[in-house]
Design a protein around this ligand. Sequence first.
Ligand code: PLP
Length: 400
Amino acid sequence: PSFLSGVEQAPADPILGVSVAFRESTNPNKLNLGVGAYRTEDLKPYVLDVVRQAEKRMIEADYDKEYLPMQGLAEFNEATRKLLLGEGSAAVAESRVATVQSLSGTGSLRVGAAFIGKFMPGAVVYLPNPTWGNHKNIFADAGVEWREYRYYDKATIGLDLDGMIADLKAAPAGSVICLHGCAHNPTGVDPTKEQWAAIADAVESNGLVPFFDVAYQGFASGSLEEDAYAPRLFERRGIEFFCAQSYSKNLGLYAERIGAINAVVNDKETAAKTLSQMNRIARAIYSNPPVHGARIAATVINDPALFARWNEEMGEMAGRIKTVRAMLYDNLCKLNPDKDWSFVTRQIGMFSFTGLNPNQVKHMTEKHAIYMTGDGRISLAGLSQAKCEYLANAIVDSFT
Ligand code: PLP
């Protein structure tokens, strides 16, 4: 026996476990709609043209591999907060944003969670119900208590705004409210501009602290501006907040682990002190972040020609997802015209929340070799036009 023999097997990760099961399947029709990673029409991973171009320039520049400072690459940090808040941001101009380059969205959320645990003792984080599965792990492992607020309305397959506002109003002042900046995962249901205003009102009047998770800027709608609407609105209204950013999806840099945690605050001195403490948290976890992805992102954002090409490529990726959404919708309507399938085209981003229950999901996988998460979420980024009819058949079959 080992001194560790009492350690229990951890449960499979509900999202990453789907890919493991997919790889093991020998069914030739198998389709992986579990993990949120973009695929081409041939269902192959895609490296963006701008990423290849930036990497070529980086090789030519013959950079060294020295450690970055704890907060990361200066050019990246500057570029990433501008990308988030826009060129006209007062907070950026007035140095009121503390930015730490961190390990993609997840690592950035984790540094933010540790900061909350340390400097906002007793603060509870409110997560939307449902939310990306890892949010709960991230806050729990950082020792921060989380609760849920109402978000998704099963009956309308839309936003439960009244429930959400009521829950925000019931949260104690100083609570942290996790908000998906765009393309809510897993539902694909986002607030409208009017609804964001109502959410900002509730946050403001109740003294809550928003924590935006922006994992899909530019990837959801194809427009960096549109997808940053909510954090920019909050900044204009003078609301202080945290924001985690990820370049996994919009630059396809999944494995490079590039992202940032920002604190947008009311004065420069607070931003500087916050930055110093976030650095200290990073120092004790991983010391300093990896440089490769930061150089790629900074090169693409700061070079006008690459930036323009990146916007085109995001438009292409978002466009391909919209095309398969429409095609899936048409096929579903053809197969079962009696059911209202309009939620498929109303939802935003790479996911569709189908409403399939865990038993129906099991049927999708066992009978049709369609791999997806147990909550009924499918990633449309893993769907091709050629497979739309096959998927629609399986969905209709699983619902009946
Ligand atoms: N937040 C949300 C809502 C996500 O959907 C994801 C990725 O699926 C992430 C954060 C973080 O991903 P990463 O750590 O690869 O940036």
